[in-house]
Structures are given as structure tokens and as C-alpha cells.
Design a protein around this ligand. Structure first.
Ligand code: SF4
Length: 425
């Protein structure tokens, strides 16, 4: 914080919590779907530093989906942080002697902790007994409905899966634990869950939905990727026209498929490029490299801007994998230079990438060799580089992420929104 005084303190702490996770005292865990605190939904990846069987009580009583930090010695403004469980983290959520929930660092209290209240819509089930949390969980303090329509990825096994991704393992571990975990979500179930959300979200906290899941290289239920994910948007927009901003995270598809996404009613497209460096992309994303190829992937991102408009094409990258051993950059300077080159490439064309902070999940190849993740310095300098590149190209915070600015942002899996100038939506 003292080395980077112009980066909000909140963002520094948030990045450290996201890259390394946090531990929970039993008193800070939830009562799953039967308590007053919104539990972690495991909406796509595990985002944990241990497998479920290694989490102890936190596997039986889930941690909260997110926490909100305020106050403490750093006088933190309200900061929403996605929960990544790590029993070995120096950060721990527990109660102090007054019974108040606090965040401790090496035993020293550093922030007050607020927990997300159980939303009214999570207290209802679908007619078939499935929970809303399973079919249509919300994250980002209720702003985003996260619809992982397809819970596995057809890039399968060591030669195809992205080397930092545990989507397939997460599916397996939930199945093994006997948790409900729907592989392909029926459209009717999604609509029913949204109906419940729409009815009970009286404050209209939910503003957007994301359709996503694993890549589809052949078909699911007879449909290729654009039509598979598009069918949900079509049904949602027919039933609830314009109620939410429709977003899709999918592969960089050929232009005709991208047009279909748009025709189905999707307004924001996330064709994630994952990591900028050519060598690292080839090593880390062997499936994407083989089926599509990095140059074609980038070309398709640019093409999609003609369909959606450049502001509405927001490709993600996984911040930190650039520095993963044994193939990644060994110096923060090199990693930041490379990532900034990618930001420049897209931002100079009006496309605003965004990033999630890498969580080195233990069942992934990169997580296994890098359990500590990337250095905090990388993550903090990336926040600087991101904002500087955005300013250089005259861009502002991307649409569909809620308010920007310290004390206001709700985007919970990286702090890029916490570091940008304040906006209301
Ligand atoms: S394409 Fe890669 S990152 Fe996306 S779900 Fe498949 S393996 Fe994971």
C-alpha cells in the first residue's frame, strides 16, 4: 500500500485475498441454504485453494459467496470480495472478543466483515425441488445472475483443458460429494428460477445475467455453441424482455455465429483471450490453440466488435498466469509489459478487455506447480497498467459491471472496477 499510494488500499487488499484465498473460523461459515447468509454457490470453477474433501467444516457448511470489507486500521471503503477458501491463508475471517466479525491478518484485525444476506429468492425452490442457487445463482452482491448452462467443457483432459481451469474437476468433485450439480441446465428450469428471482428481487439488485459454461467443440443436445447458449437468451428475452442485460462468455466464434448471439438478444460478448503472450497461450490453452488458434481467436474478437459494437466486446484474461512456473515470465516487468501489449492491442480498437484474478486451484496443472499464485506486486501493477492504458485510449469502465470506483464497485473476482473513476452504473 505504501509503495503504490495511488492504487486504492482496498484494491491492494482485495487482490491479495483473491490470489491467496482466506480461511474461515467455523463461526463465520454459513448454514448452507437454510440460514441467513448467502452461501458460496460454486457457480462455475471451484475458486478454492483446496479440494472439497480437504476443506473440513467448510465443505459441510459452505463459506459465504462473498464478503464485504469496511473500516479497520486502513479505513477501508466498502469492498466486495469473492470468497476463495484457503485454510492455510494468513487472512482469516472470525469473531473478535466483542463477537463482531472481522478479517484478521496473522491474528491482527484489519477490517470489519459484512456477510451477504440470504436473498429472498434463494428461499424458494423450483417445482422439481431444485434450488435457485443451483440453477441461477447470483454473485457480485446480487448484481449478476450467473447461468452456467453447461457445467463441463468439451476441451477435456491434459492435452485440451486450459492449464489453469478446474471446470471439469469441479463438476466431478460436486458429483462425488453428492451435491446437486446439473450438467446441462434445461431452459425451462432456468426460466423458472428467473421467474422466482424476478418476483422476489423487489429492489432490482439483479441487473444482468451471464450465460456461460464449457466450450462446445461438437454439440450439446444437438446444438453447436452459438445455438446452445443462444437458446437461453432467446427464451429469457421472450419471457422477460429487457429485464436484465444479457451477456455471454463463449469461445471467439466465426462472425455468423456471433451475429446469432446478438440476434438471440445478447448484448455483451466475452470471447476470452485468457493470456496475451503467444507462447504462453499455446502452452496454457492447448485446446483453443488446436481448434481455433491464437491469431484467428484475436481476429474473431475484432470481427465481433462490428456486430456488438466495440464497447460491448469485453474479452477476459486470467491475470497472474503469465507468471506461473515453469513457463511463465520470471520478472514482474516482463509480465506487465506483455499484458499491457495485449491491452493496447484491443483498447486501441475500442475494445475493453477485463480480467479476473487467477486462483491457483490445486487440481489444475498451473495450480499444482504454483500454489502461491502470482506475486501481489504483479497484481497491483496490473491495476496501474490497466487504468493507464484505458486512459491513453480515452476509454472508461466497461458496461455490465455495475458501478465503478473504490467504495462502490461490486465486481468481486478482481479489483479493476475498484480502481477506476467512480460511476453509478
Ligand atoms: S475453454 Fe478452457 S477455461 Fe474455458 S471452460 Fe474450457 S478448459 Fe476451462
Amino acid at each position: 500500500m505504501s509503495r503504490f499510494p495511488h492504487v486504492p488500499r482496498e484494491a491492494v487488499l482485495k487482490e491479495d485475498l483473491l490470489r491467496g484465498g482466506l480461511a474461515f473460523d467455523d463461526a463465520a461459515l454459513t448454514d448452507n441454504e437454510h440460514g441467513d447468509v448467502k452461501p458460496k454457490s460454486y457457480f462455475i470453477f471451484s475458486f478454492d485453494h483446496r479440494t472439497l474433501p480437504e476443506l473440513g467444516t467448510a465443505a459441510l457448511r459452505r463459506p459465504p459467496e462473498e464478503i464485504v470489507l469496511t473500516g479497520g486500521p486502513y479505513e477501508l471503503r466498502r469492498t466486495v470480495v469473492s470468497v476463495r477458501t484457503n485454510p492455510s491463508s494468513p487472512y482469516r475471517v472470525g469473531t473478535d472478543t466483542d463477537g463482531r466479525l472481522r478479517l484478521f491478518l496473522d491474528g491482527r484485525p484489519i477490517a470489519d466483515v459484512g456477510l451477504p444476506p440470504m436473498p429472498a429468492y434463494y428461499r424458494h425452490t423450483l417445482a422439481n425441488g431444485k434450488s435457485v442457487m443451483e440453477v441461477a445463482p447470483t454473485i457480485q452482491w446480487g448484481y449478476l445472475i450467473y447461468l452456467t448452462a453447461f457445467r463441463v467443457c468439451q476441451y477435456f483432459g491434459a492435452k485440451e483443458e486450459c492449464q489453469y481451469c478446474d471446470i471439469n474437476h469441479n463438476w466431478r468433485q460436486h458429483k462425488q460429494a453428492g451435491r446437486p450439480y446439473t450438467g446441462v441446465k434445461p431452459v425451462d428450469e432456468v426460466l423458472e428460477a428467473l421467474e422466482i428471482i424476478n418476483r422476489h428481487d423487489v429492489d432490482r439488485a439483479s441487473q444482468a445475467y451471464t450465460l456461460t459454461g464449457g466450450s462446445i467443440t461438437s454439440q450439446v443436445n444437438g446444438l453447436a455453441e452459438a445455438d446452445f447458449y443462444g437458446q437461453y437468451a432467446q427464451a429469457i428475452e421472450e419471457r422477460f424482455p429487457g429485464r436484465w442485460i444479457g451477456k455471454v462468455v463463449a469461445q471467439a466464434l466465426p462472425r455468423a455465429d456471433v451475429q446469432r448471439f446478438h440476434d438471440y438478444g445478447i448484448r455483451i460478448y466475452h470471447p476470452n483471450y485468457e493470456v496475451w503472450d503467444k507462447r504462453l497461450f499455446e502452452l496454457y490453452c492447448p485446446g483453443k490453440e488446436r481448434y481455433v488458434g491464437r491469431e484467428e481467436w484475436h481476429r474473431r474478437i475484432l470481427d465481433s466488435a462490428e456486430v456488438f459494437g466495440p464497447r460491448n466486446v469485453i474479452p477476459n484474461f486470467v491475470a497472474g498466469v503469465e507468471m506461473a512456473a515453469p513457463h511463465g515470465f520470471t520478472s514482474v516487468d516482463e509480465a506487465i509489459d506483455s499484458t499491457t501489449e495485449g491491452l493496447d492491442y484491443f483498447m486501441s480498437r475500442g475494445i475493453t478487455p477485463r480480467f479476473t484474478t487467477w486462483c491457483p486451484e490445486p487440481t489444475t496443472p498451473l495450480g499444482r506447480t504454483n500454489p502461491q499464485g502470482a506475486p501481489l506486486e504483479y497484481h497491483v501493477r496490473l491495476l496501474e497498467a490497466y487504468r493507464a492504458t484505458m486512459d491513453a485510449h480515452g476509454l472508461s469502465s466497461p458496461p455490465g459491471y455495475g458501478p465503478a470506483g473504490p467504495g462502490r464497485a461490486v465486481f468481486s473476482v478482481s479489483s479493476f472496477m475498484d480502481t477506476l473513476p467512480s460511476t453509478d452504473s
